[in-house]
Design a protein around this ligand. Structure first.
Ligand code: CA
Length: 220
């Protein structure tokens, strides 16, 4: 799942990006409001983490503009501003939730999962497919009721495929859902993850579609 992080503080941005990547999200990080606008035109994000005090276009202006355009992306504001007025203004401008810096990474991760679980958010409680079930909120994977341990990227790849059962996804589409811009993507990275998914889940779940890409087999 792909997130957009809008934060001009390098230290905070870097540590959030690292932590979220370890949780299995693809994270694109931009440092001002204008760059965020361009990113939003370019890619599909499940959620945006938005600082309010930003160069060029402020977080509040950006958010207000998105909501005027009826863009429904879930937005979690992360900001140092701690006055009640600021909070109310942020929520009034269309934010879904609010965290005041400094906050613990665990709390941020929990709030993100909660937003992604909401109706209209990108994730449903559980995605089931035959004997396979994944829980987007916790990244748990069960096969015949037994947990299977996947890396963050293996999980992201599996979830992307399960969201479109029977439909092939190209290698480029899969890379989009697993990697952010800053990630180095080896030329056979997707193949490597598919290989280890087949090793962990069994060979029959994911099939190659010649000249197109991969899909989850409809009737496993
Ligand atoms: Ca800032």
């Amino acid at each position: 799942m792909r997130l957009l992080l809008v934060e001009d503080d390098s230290m905070i941005g870097k540590s959030l990006q690292q932590g979220l990547k370890q949780d299995g999200y693809a994270v694109d990080w931009v440092r001002d409001g204008q760059a965020a606008k361009l990113a939003l035109q370019d890619a599909e994000y499940a959620l945006m983490l938005l600082d309010l005090g930003l160069p060029r276009v402020s977080g509040r202006e950006l958010l207000a503009e998105l909501r005027r355009q009826k863009n429904p992306i879930p937005v979690l504001i992360i900001t140092a501003r701690d006055s009640v007025t600021d909070r109310v203004e942020g929520l009034d401008a269309g934010a879904d939730d609010y965290l005041v810096k400094p906050f613990s990474f665990e709390e941020l991760a929990a709030r993100i999962r909660a937003l992604l679980r909401r109706p209209g958010g990108a994730a449903e409680p559980i995605i089931g497919h035959g004997a396979l079930a994944v829980q987007p909120a916790t990244h748990e994977v069960l096969l015949h009721g037994k947990p299977v341990h996947l890396s963050g990227r293996e999980y992201a790849l599996l979830e992307a495929l399960l969201r479109r059962p029977g439909m092939p996804l190209s290698r480029a589409q899969l890379e989009q859902s697993v990697y952010g811009w800053d990630d180095e993507v080896g030329s056979n990275a997707v193949e490597v993850h598919i290989h280890s998914l087949r090793r962990k889940l069994g060979p029959d779940w994911i099939e190659n579609v010649r000249g197109v890409g991969y899909r989850i087999r409809k009737q496993p």
